[in-house]
Design a binder for this molecule. Structure first.
Ligand code: TMP
Length: 209
């Protein structure tokens, strides 16, 4: 049996990751590919508990948060992602390692060596086959998050924070072009979905079917 492919969506707040993850899964299913949509932090009962914990009261020490994200990820990999990929199921995760690199690494300036070490032990060689980075100017993202009433704890922070996050994701897209595709999240939902599908077809489907 052919191993499943691993796709992640990344980007700042309100960039449309969850909507696009669902849309892509529907399209893959229509193409006859078994697909699982999951998210980070989350994806397991323990991970969802950790998510609630982190998003409710932000830990005072960024290290606390990093270790909680890493704990959720270890469980997610072992209990959900690895078995699904082994089974031939394609996995789509709404956020993954790049969120840690950008939020904890860039925003909270935690040493890249520590982040890389945790990544090595939680993810190992199973890094995503394709990462779709949805890019949006911070004010547009915040407007969207506000209008749907899902402002996260980061949304309350200043616009510069969001610009830092955006730059972090752009840097990853530039430095890892084989894994990452940058997509303009400011386009209408349909156009973003088309760009996502184009990337998946070109990068993954051409040699999968
Ligand atoms: P969201 O899934 O609704 O975007 O919320 C998750 C929040 O957690 C978001 O603000 C980004 C943050 N986050 C990190 O800081 N580090 C991580 O590794 C992950 C997965 C998420």
């Amino acid at each position: 049996m052919q191993r499943g492919r691993f796709i992640t969506f990344e980007g700042g707040e309100g960039t449309g990751k969850s909507t696009q993850a669902r849309r892509l899964a529907e399209r893959l299913e229509r193409a006859g590919i078994a697909t699982l949509v999951t998210r980070e932090p989350g994806g397991t009962a323990l991970g969802e508990d950790i998510r609630a914990l982190i998003l409710k009261d932000r830990p005072q020490d960024p290290l606390t948060e990093l270790l909680l994200f890493a704990a959720a990820r270890a469980e997610h990999m072992t209990a959900v992602i690895r078995p699904a990929l082994d089974d031939g199921t394609w996995v789509i995760s709404d956020r993954f390692i790049d969120s840690t690199r950008v939020y904890q690494g860039k925003l909270y300036a935690i040493e890249p060596e520590l982040i890389a070490l945790l990544e090595k032990y939680t993810v190992g060689h199973e890094i995503p086959d394709l990462t779709l980075i949805l890019d949006l100017p911070p004010d547009a993202g915040l407007e969207r998050a506000a209008s749907r009433g899902t402002l996260s704890r980061y949304d309350a922070e200043r616009i510069e924070t969001h610009e830092t996050l955006r730059q972090g994701f752009l840097e990853i897209a530039t430095s890892e072009p084989d894994r990452c595709v940058l997509i303009d999240g400011n386009l209408p939902i349909e156009s973003v979905a088309t760009a996502v599908w184009h990337a998946v077809t070109e990068r993954l489907l051409a040699n999968a079917v």
